[in-house]
Ligand binder design. Structure first.
Ligand SMILES: [Zn+2]
Length: 309
């Protein structure tokens, strides 16, 4: 086991063996999961394992063989920089689920909408035990002929965003989408909220997306929040569900109309004079009104819609 791999297993930055090898073809022996139970990773003690932990009884050794993976759409984004390619090879010496093979390349299963093994559609549990040609398609790039074999849901309207995606969370709330967001949330909290509230997980942490409990998730490609918002709208087919200015940007609760008389004591002197229509957050009580920022928000909305014209 290489030094980097050892280091990764010891901390929270676990990475699959093939990624650890810098994208080169290596054997995935299964010894990592035999010798180091996934639940023993420091800092992730309460997290469920991302992949089934093999036992000696269940391990099936076979002669070494090679699989070839072909990446469609933008899936090469997940390969290490400098190693981007539309196809790559992996050497295996044991029966391995196709999910493990894919994630050993650094691609979370949440990004895969269709898997063809030797031209036949399969699910993530499909076992690879001999040479195979594996084609991978992201959402939006799947051939129409396989429209009933998709592995991802096409749409979602409720989300949980990790702490690094604050601006994206705010933008989505601005568009009326329900986004749970806590800048201090740890991974286990994100997964708990995701599971209990049936939310799609938004994170740039691809290792987090690889957990088996994650059914719906997305890793924004761009570092720019405006572009991330467009990506999420496109990935989850949200354009027709936008209801701007209906959700609190601070706490995510719904806004309701409130009369000026009801809240006049909380208004600044100039606001009392110039504005007549107000909304109040049903969660935290924050007051919103059509201030000068509203025209900026309308322009932003027009920019977003222009991307889908
Ligand atoms: Zn609020």
């Amino acid at each position: 086991m290489c030094r980097r791999c050892f280091k990764a297993i010891d901390g929270r930055l676990w990475i699959p063996a093939a990624v650890c090898a810098g994208g080169r073809s290596i054997a995935i022996t299964g010894k990592m999961s035999l010798s180091v139970p996934a639940n023993s990773w420091a800092g992730r003690g309460q997290l469920p394992s991302s992949t089934p932990t093999r036992t000696r009884e269940s391990r099936i050794d076979v002669d070494p063989f090679t699989v070839r993976l072909v990446l469609h759409g933008d899936l090469d984004f997940f390969l290490r920089s400098g190693a981007r390619a539309r196809s790559l090879k992996r050497s295996l010496n044991e029966k391995t689920s196709v999910k493990d093979v894919i994630e050993s390349c650094g691609i979370p299963h949440t990004e895969i909408d269709l898997i063809l093994v030797n031209e036949q559609p399969v699910d993530f549990g499909h076992a690879i035990a001999s040479e195979a040609n594996i084609e991978l398609y992201p959402v939006g790039a799947t051939p129409p002929v396989f429209k009933y074999k998709r592995l991802q849901v096409a749409a979602a309207t409720t989300f949980v965003a990790d702490g690094h995606l604050g601006r994206l969370a705010r933008d989505l709330r601005l568009l009326g989408f329900d986004v749970a967001y806590d800048p201090h949330a740890e991974d286990r909290q994100l997964l708990r909220v995701m599971e209990r509230q049936n939310r799609a997980l938004l994170t740039c942490d691809r290792r987090l997306l690889m957990h088996a409990v994650v059914k719906i998730g997305y890793c924004p490609r761009s570092q720019n929040a405006d572009e991330q918002t467009i990506e999420v709208i496109r990935r989850f087919d949200l354009l027709g569900s936008i209801t701007a200015f209906t959700r609190c940007l601070r706490c995510n609760a719904a806004l309701c109309q409130v009369s000026k008389a009801e809240i006049i004591e909380r208004l600044e002197p100039l606001t009392k004079i110039y504005y007549e229509q107000f909304r109040r957050c049903t969660g935290c009580g924050q007051i919103y009104w059509a201030g000068s920022h509203l025209s900026k928000l309308h322009r932003r909305l027009e920019q977003i819609r222009a991307n889908f014209a």
